[in-house]
Ligand binder design. Structure first.
Ligand SMILES: [Zn+2]
Ligand SMILES: [Zn+2]
Length: 68
């Protein structure tokens, strides 16, 4: 009896994180700073992201190879 019906609900907009996240990102990894990347955290992509700002650490981004 472990057959759960995985019906796809369209109610996954409540993140309770209060972070603005564009729902229109198909498959592109959002720019995340080193810290967030290393910790797999959600980076808001600001010059000094919320996570770093909160910890008071230096927020640094690594320039991805310019591919266009
Ligand atoms: Zn970050
Ligand atoms: Zn950061």
């Amino acid at each position: 009896m472990s057959d759960r019906d995985h019906s796809q609900n369209d109610t996954k907009s409540d993140d309770s994180d209060g972070e603005t996240y564009s729902p229109r990102t198909p498959r592109r990894t959002p720019m995340a700073c080193q810290f967030c990347r290393g910790r797999k955290m959600k980076c808001d992509g600001r010059p000094i992201c919320a996570n770093c700002s909160r910890r008071g650490i230096a927020c640094s981004y690594v320039p991805v190879s310019a591919q266009k």
